[in-house]
Design a protein around this ligand. Structure first.
Ligand code: G3I
Length: 321
């Protein structure tokens, strides 16, 4: 079987999230099928700068050396986020102090991987899911104010003139959240803030989003006139509120999952001129964050390869065009 990256070479890069363990356990699949990787946790604020001015790059460097050796590009995830950010960052922070801490972090990680990462998720998940609020309430918003994203992107551009800078979020296809994501980016672009791309996480499940909604969302984001990446795609076999546990997924369920992947990739191919990379949030079903979310310790099968690293229906479905 030809590799995924080969099959998609005229469309977009195909990526996967890895961590310090899966970069070994999924090595063969990564080398054969993927030409982009993202660190699942290793490049987040808490991992990189757990204490002020104490930068820890060892794990990322190990993953980077695997990527370089195998000619795989690397994306950065993520600089400014409400989650996985250590408490010291917000402790006793005024607006000026927090901006200084933000700037130091962005400058340091930016500079360190300047020649290695082709893009960064500069800001992650700043838009609120609930209908009546625009921005997510977070210490970044509350301490700095609504212009915190402008600062983040401007600092990132200062240190990374040639790297693509992304705003990244989930529930990207849902209305009205997609309108809010669109508006936040559009307004930044109108203010001259350097946003090069929108990252659509695409944590989907067997019931939602509908592919009509995804298509409409793609159409809307395309109007921004910047690049699009799918950054964290996976497809839970359970509806979000379903707490069922299964010993293994039935063939019908896997076929349904494959059909959604097929349609999703078909839509993405239609936008190949602006879609830069499509990244899966993992490689094979033996290692997925969905085994612990939203139901703790419940097995899930959201990816393109099974627990034995064999191709699933979903893989064949997206290769069949
Ligand atoms: O490192 C500690 C370890 O020391 C400790 O013993 C263990 C006990 O639970 O926890 C370990 O940390 C875990 C970490 O992953 C590393 O494995 C955290 O508990 C766990 O919460 C964390 O989950 C990550 C999650 O982000 C946190 O928000 C997932 O692996 C990661 O896949 C997930 O990724 C996010 C994206 O960054 C942003 N979009 C959503 C996506 C899925 O939630």
């Amino acid at each position: 079987m030809v590799g995924l990256k080969e099959k998609y070479k005229d469309y977009f890069k195909v990526g996967a999230a890895v961590n310090i363990y899966t970069v070994d356990t999924h090595k063969e699949l990564l080398i054969k099928h993927f030409n982009s990787i993202t660190c699942e946790n290793e490049t987040k604020f808490v991992n990189i700068q757990p204490e002020e001015n104490n930068y820890e790059y060892d794990q990322t460097d190990k993953i980077l050396s695997f990527a370089k050796k195998n000619n795989i590009a690397m994306r950065g995830h993520t600089m400014v986020w409400h989650n996985q950010t250590p408490d010291w960052v917000f402790k006793d922070a005024t607006r000026d102090i927090l901006l200084e801490r933000m700037k130091n972090h962005i400058y340091n990680v930016g500079k360190k991987y300047k020649n290695d990462f082709y893009c960064w998720d500069v800001v992650n998940e700043a838009i609120e899911d609930k209908k009546d609020l625009f921005y997510r309430k977070s210490p970044w918003l509350e301490i700095i104010g609504e212009d915190f994203m402008d600062y983040a992107f401007n600092y990132a551009r200062e240190v990374l003139p040639d790297t693509d800078l992304y705003y990244n979020d989930y529930n990207e296809s849902e209305y009205p959240k997609r309108d809010k994501i669109y508006k936040a980016i559009k307004d930044m672009l109108d203010r001259g803030v350097p946003v090069d791309g929108v990252g659509l996480q695409c944590h989907w499940n067997i019931c939602s989003p509908s592919m009509d909604d995804f298509k409409q969302a793609m159409e809307q984001y395309a109007k921004l006139g910047i690049k699009i990446q799918v950054t964290e795609m996976d497809l839970s076999v359970f509806d979000f509120k379903d707490e069922t546990r299964l010993d293994k997924p039935g063939i019908d369920l896997l076929k349904k999952q494959a059909a959604i992947y097929k349609e999703g990739f078909k839509i993405l191919r239609e936008y190949k001129d602006i879609v830069d990379t499509v990244t899966l949030w993992g490689v094979a079903d033996d290692a997925t964050w969905l085994d612990d979310f939203p139901v703790k310790n419940r097995k899930n099968w959201p990816l393109l390869f099974d627990e034995n690293h064999e191709p699933k229906e979903a893989l064949y479905a997206i290769m069949d065009f």
